[in-house]
Design a protein around this ligand. Sequence first.
Ligand code: GLU
Length: 313
Amino acid sequence: MPRTRLAPSPTGALHLGNARSFLVNWALARQQGWEIVLRVEDLDGPRVKAGANEEAIDVLQWLGIDWDAGPFTQRSDLAPYRAALEQLAAQGDVYPCRCTRKEIEAASLSAPHGDEHELRYPGTCRPATPTPLPPEALEQSGVAWRLRVPDGTTTFIDHVAGEHIHNIAATTGDFLVATKEGLPSYQLAVVVDDARQGIDRIVRGDDLLGSTHRQLLLQHRLGIAPPPAYYHLPLVVGADGRRLAKRHGDSRISLYRDLGVTPERIIGLLAQWCGLGPRRNLSATEFLAAFDLAKLPRQPITFTAQDDAWLRA
Ligand code: GLU
């Protein structure tokens, strides 16, 4: 049976934008008979707030979203990520990096690149030729590990966004697979987890389209095949056109819940944002019956003051 995952990061509370992605992921899975795994991505370092795992789970349940397996967390067992890193090191695919963020920032000022998730790395520590390293080499403290990225573009076909072409070397360059704190990066953790949890359908915001190319490259280097099918959804943005975030005011689901707004009201707005007609109160079950991927707008959705007022009315 195909398998997908809901992968909230407990770094901040779930807002209307993430909630829409989760609801679409859930509805697609339930319509198509995919199994759903809940994975809380709690490797996000110091930004993870206490109690946030529980809150993310609680909010999903309150909306009426359910799953078949999990919740799984990442921090509780780092061995699978370590094994993947050892494999990459033995193949000469990674190298240690001692650069500070400041140094990388200074270099990227002259050649500004990167994406929302990672600065472009100028290659300062990259050895001239790939150097296979034994597991002991990974014991060095205070070094980060980077993947050697080939030049050139990569392409994949997304089930929502269509053909997507990207140049990893030009965007982020040799990206991080492990941090100086000895933790796997988001890219490595996601690839390892998707593989070991049997995930073959990935639904998420299209801010991660660039990341997908990095994840496909990592899958290839780790011998993980075939790649999952991807569904990248246009994001919900603020009035300034940027991805919905704290700067646009508080759009956390828990805030609305505390104000007495019902899940049906919130799902009603999310349904409108999925192209399902004028907003009206809807339960998760009603949303599921109405959801149609073909109707999903292919452009970003703007969260407006009127939307907020409608929720509170
Ligand atoms: N945890 C990530 C997020 O909340 C999702 C990553 C993914 O879907 O791969 O942005």
